[in-house]
Design a protein around this ligand. Structure first.
Ligand code: ADP
Ligand code: MG
Length: 230
């Protein structure tokens, strides 16, 4: 099959100095096909962010296997994976306030060695794609929440990731703006054949994805398995 993410028996433990270790993920198994759009739901503290951080190789694996686009994260150059395979966006956008929208989008390209002129052109193109080219010179502080999130998405797409991980990307947006971000993910998935995993607390948004996964106390369930008691 065409699985771009393969996770088998993933365990994540945080070691607490002078305390008991916390086992946050307790043996997760998951297969995601290329081009899928997946929502991850679950109560606060259930390990959703930890799972996304592992998939984007910000956090390391304690036990088990994680294979991203045929690369086994347990023995890979994680910086390369972060640069070329995955990209993550957050609820609070994390834009650099002292840079313009354009510079924010250029930033990851410059970090990975793209020439300035090329980076500038591509960043302009991405801002056009999120319908913000007329805001290129604005500072993030001058933009609305929805606009800031669109800049963050443009920035996340700068290095052509194969997988976009989004940690509550619509959490700080009103319903209508949140839905427009969702539509935009759909378009990008179709255009670029990327795969999107999105954490959300909003069932009406989650329902519009291809598949809902629910994380509870470090164990992953399918929506059908526990929908009755939500
Ligand atoms: P969620 O995103 O579902 O709210 P998280 O993945 O952020 O949950 O956190 C899951 C659990 O792991 C929480 O109990 C949290 O306190 C703990 N945790 C997360 N990151 C760390 C860390 N770096 N060190 C220790 N504990 C952590
Ligand atoms: Mg979280």
């Amino acid at each position: 099959m065409n699985a771009i993410i393969k996770v088998k028996n993933l365990v994540k433990t945080f070691e607490i100095p002078r305390g008991e270790d916390i086992e946050v993920l307790k043996g997760i198994t998951l297969k995601v096909d290329k081009g899928e759009f997946i929502a991850i739901m679950g109560p606060s503290g259930s390990g959703k962010s930890t799972l996304l951080n592992i998939l984007s190789s910000i956090e390391d694996v304690t036990e088990g296997t994680v294979i991203i686009d045929d690369v086994d994260l347990t023995n890979a150059d994680l910086i390369e994976v972060r640069r070329h395979k995955t990209s993550i966006i957050y609820q609070d956008f994390n834009l650099l306030a002292y840079l313009t929208a354009l510079d924010n989008v250029m930033f990851p390209m410059l970090l990975s060695g793209v020439k300035e002129k090329v980076a500038r052109e591509k960043a302009m193109m991405l801002l056009e794609r999120v319908q913000l080219s007329q805001r290129a010179d604005h500072s993030p502080d001058d933009l609305s929440g929805g606009e800031q999130q669109r800049v963050a998405i443009a920035r996340a797409l700068a290095n052509d990731p194969k997988i976009l991980l989004a940690d509550e990307p619509t959490g700080n947006l009103d319903t209508k703006t949140g839905e427009s971000i969702l539509e935009f993910f759909r378009e990008i998935i179709q255009e670029k054949n990327i795969t999107v995993l999105m954490v959300t607390h909003d069932m009406s948004i989650a329902k519009k994805t291809d598949r809902i996964l629910i994380l509870r106390e470090g164990v992953l369930h399918r929506e059908e398995d526990i929908l009755e008691d939500l």
